[in-house]
Design a protein around this ligand. Structure first.
Ligand code: GLN
Length: 192
């Protein structure tokens, strides 16, 4: 049946990630939108998309998804707001993070003047830089010993890996370049 990927569909860039994973899988698996706690345990990978991390955090609890996500045994692909949620520590007390990746994250780290910008970011494991779209992006301010930095910009760390999990401060689902979705699928196979 191939790899089973779910995209957490509570709020945010859901359809864009579904399309990007369909392209990355190229028929070697399936992608579904995840709206119920019971849909999570059978997946190999779960994407937590960009959006508004305070809202996604509230909806995770409202839909009784916290425990199934915290205990999920597959890999998590967390982007932008998702990066905020999978940290162990966040600078905003309204977020109770899920704790998959040993890192501290600062929300909206690029401030008002650079709310939204694009940059070519060199990423460990990619031959050429990734053209990244940042929208009110977070940054990683501390990584633990089990967390590998994959990419940084002047303001801080913007791409990390930890075991089967990846977190990106930008939006890899925008722009049609699926190399980072492919990298996540490769990590799933290596660690699975
Ligand atoms: N700043 C947003 C948050 O922390 C994330 C923005 C995004 O996902 N594009 O929720």
């Amino acid at each position: 049946m191939g790899v089973r990927i779910g995209v957490l569909a509570l709020q945010g860039d859901v359809s864009e990630h579904i399309l990007a994973f369909r392209h990355a899988l190229d028929g070697a698996g399936g992608v579904t939108a995840v709206r119920h706690a019971g849909d999570i345990a059978d997946l190999d990978g779960l994407a937590i998309p960009g959006g508004e991390s305070t809202t996604i955090c509230r909806l995770v609890d409202k839909n009784a998804m916290r425990r199934p996500i915290e205990t999920f045994e597959g890999g998590i692909f967390a982007t932008c707001a998702g990066m905020v949620l999978v940290a162990v520590a966040v600078d905003d007390p309204r977020i109770t993070p899920l704790g998959h990746i040993d890192m501290t994250v600062e929300r909206n780290a690029f401030g008002r003047q650079r709310e939204s910008f694009e940059a070519d970011v060199p990423i460990t494991g990619l031959d050429a830089p990734f053209h990244a779209v940042f929208i009110r992006a977070p940054a990683v301010t501390r990584v633990g010993p089990g967390t590998t930095v994959l990419g940084s910009v002047d303001r801080g760390i913007v791409a990390v890996r930890s075991g089967p999990h990846m977190a990106l401060a930008f939006h890899p689902e925008l722009g049609g370049d699926t190399r980072l979705h492919c990298m996540f699928l490769e990590h799933l196979q290596d660690t699975g």
